[in-house]
Design a protein around this ligand. Structure first.
Ligand SMILES: Nc1ncnc2c1ncn2[C@@H]1O[C@H](COP(=O)(O)OS(=O)(=O)O)[C@@H](OP(=O)(O)O)[C@H]1O
Length: 436
């Protein structure tokens, strides 16, 4: 085109003799240009299938999971944005660094992962506490918390390995950039050692649930960081998906109900409750696993062994007085907005309990008995396929520990102690959990 224009110009005399050679050269140049454009275009598709997944890993660290399939190599599915963003895609991809404030949270969450702070919970309840032992124990628990963080990381690594090797069609339904972060519409607020991790991991199998993996502790420890900070922790969700988190210490935190209600009066609350005596022993076992030289369960239970007076200031005992804590929640939320899951049934009939939870959340019953199998070695139900994985998945070794033998007389004394509170709790919830 350019050539023929030139030939019609005043330099017309230069054209006839050089015409075929120049024509050839221009044609060659044109072909090379087209080739270059093609290669550039192909590279964009290729690069976008490469470590862009780093962002995905970040997302799912916060519980995104299924959403994290940004490594999808299906060029045909790319939108115009890919081309508009062509230059940035050709630049080296830098992993996103957390903001200083966010980093502080991550550090904190890693230290506290999966372990609600008894000290915080109890002191907020303004109950007399055996502060010496509580302080010492909380410090010790940190090491075990790191173990749990590793468990969660390992779980996610497995998921991502699977996602990377998954077929493109399986990966195409979720785009890395799609959806938005929302405040949770449902929260597992307790109770510590009730089975909260099992419930969250099981719920994450549901395609309409997205949950943050670590415990945010927003409504007890991190409230001053503000709601925007909290929202940033959440995984992205699409229209119709429910955002969730679990922090078991909320149930015993005096300020939590008012704070959650201030965020949204419509928040759905889930409490996994377990026989308070077994729960107390489980709580003690957790501490004992990291500090073997703590006093015996029996001696911590009593204020005065001779009189048989129970030490209700010990957090392991205090947390199990469910009726008292529930009373605080009912000042802000109607009973219909709180679902009580039986920690015992979550083990003997996980699909049954999950059915109730899905109904409560207004979701289709997708998680059924087909999702579970009983692992004889673990002694607990496990998932046939964890979220985003094709492999069976049991909870880690810190869930389902062997409890120490406790003097049966002490256990009986505790049963007697809890009975009236349990009766009140059954009455309030309209549900007999069968602990007595
Ligand atoms: N499927 C499955 N696998 C393993 N463990 C299970 C399961 N379902 C419920 N549980 C029980 O969960 C107990 C731990 O409760 P939490 O996850 O709420 O503990 S924590 O408060 O987050 O530390 C844990 O308590 P311990 O047995 O005392 O370790 C388990 O009994």
């Amino acid at each position: 085109m350019e050539y023929s224009l030139l030939c019609h110009s005043s330099l017309h005399h230069a054209c006839p003799s050089s015409s075929p050679a120049i024509k050839k050269k221009l044609l060659l140049l044109g072909v090379m240009f087209l080739l270059w454009v093609y290669m550039l275009y192909s590279c964009v598709g290729y690069c976008s299938g490469m470590p862009g997944g780093l962002v995905v890993v970040d997302d799912s660290r916060q519980g995104g999971g299924k959403e994290g399939t940004g490594s999808e190599p299906v060029v045909g599915k790319r939108t115009d944005n890919s081309r508009v963003d062509l230059m940035s895609r050709l630049m080296p991809i830098k992993p996103q660094q957390p903001q200083p404030q966010q980093q502080a949270w991550i550090d904190d969450a890693e230290a506290d992962y999966d372990e609600p702070s008894v000290r915080t919970a109890v002191s907020r309840d303004e109950v007399e506490v055996d502060r010496t032992s509580s302080d010492d124990w909380d410090g010790e628990v940190a090491t075990r918390e790191e173990e749990q963080q590793q468990e969660e990381q390992q779980h996610h690594q497995e998921q991502h390995q699977h996602q990377r090797s998954a077929e493109p069609s399986a990966m195409s339904s979720f785009s890395n950039g799609s959806g938005s972060k929302k405040l949770p519409q449902a929260i597992i607020i307790g109770v510590k050692k009730g089975g909260t991790r099992a419930l969250l991991e099981f719920l994450r199998v549901h395609p309409d649930i997205r949950a943050v993996g670590a415990e945010p502790h927003f409504f007890d420890r991190n409230y001053n960081n503000g709601l925007e900070w909290y929202r940033e922790l959440m995984p992205k969700t699409l229209e119709g998906q429910i955002t969730m988190e679990k922090t078991p210490s909320y149930f015993v935190t005096r300020e939590a109900p008012a704070r959650i209600s201030a965020m949204s009066r419509d928040t759905k609350l889930i409490v996994v409750v377990r026989d308070p005596v077994t729960r107390a022993i489980s709580d003690y076992t957790q501490t004992l696993s990291k500090k073997p030289d703590i006093p015996s369960f029996e001696s911590l239970t009593f204020k005065n062994r001779t009189t048989g007076l129970i030490d209700t200031s010990w957090s392991a005992i205090q947390i199990g007085i469910y009726a008292k804590h529930l009373d605080n929640w009912l000042q802000y939320f109607p009973m219909g907005q709180i679902l009580f899951v039986s920690g015992e049934r979550l083990i003997t009939d996980p699909a049954g309990e999950l059915g109730r939870v899905q109904d409560f959340l207004g979701l289709k019953r997708i998680i059924t008995d087909k999702h579970f199998y009983f692992n004889q070695t673990k002694g607990f139900p496990c998932l046939k396929k964890a979220e985003g994985s094709s492999k069976p998945h049991c909870l880690g070794k810190t869930k389902g520990r062997t409890h120490p033998n406790i003097n049966p007389e002490v256990v009986q004394r505790l049963r007697d102690f809890y009975r009236p509170f349990n009766m009140k709790f059954y009455q309030m919830t309209g549900h007999n959990f069968g602990w007595d």
